[in-house]
Write a protein of this length. Sequence first.
Length: 148
Amino acid sequence: MRGQIKLYLAGCISYYYSNSQYKRATEWRNELAQKLLDCNADMCDRYFDWFDPCVNFEDNSKTANAKTVVYQNKYYLDKCDILIVNLEDLDKSQGTMYELFYYGIHNKPVIAFGHNKWENCPHIAESITVKLETIDDVVKYLSDYYCQ
């Protein structure tokens, strides 16, 4: 029986934002979102939905305190079913590590793609359900394993 699957799109944001590279945080999320919209259209259903923490990031970063950021993360992490994590610059993103460990502790699926020098560290590797190479691999994996 199929129902809607909500995905949390995790990956480095603040580091990129503070180094004038914010596009690196948004480009892969936009690419994945378009591919998920295409999957939904192919299935004639709104099967995949997602939370993108880049939405309103620039405005919220001006007013949010640390506790607000963490509670917003927890709120959306709890609402979502699967974490999609871009491993690029994971070592520069404490928030992404928090999200990764949060899902690992709560036994929720984590689909990782890309590479990072820490990806084989025990605590990180154990939090990842499956490690893939590309966004296309992520979409194929979601279709193969979560569209039945």
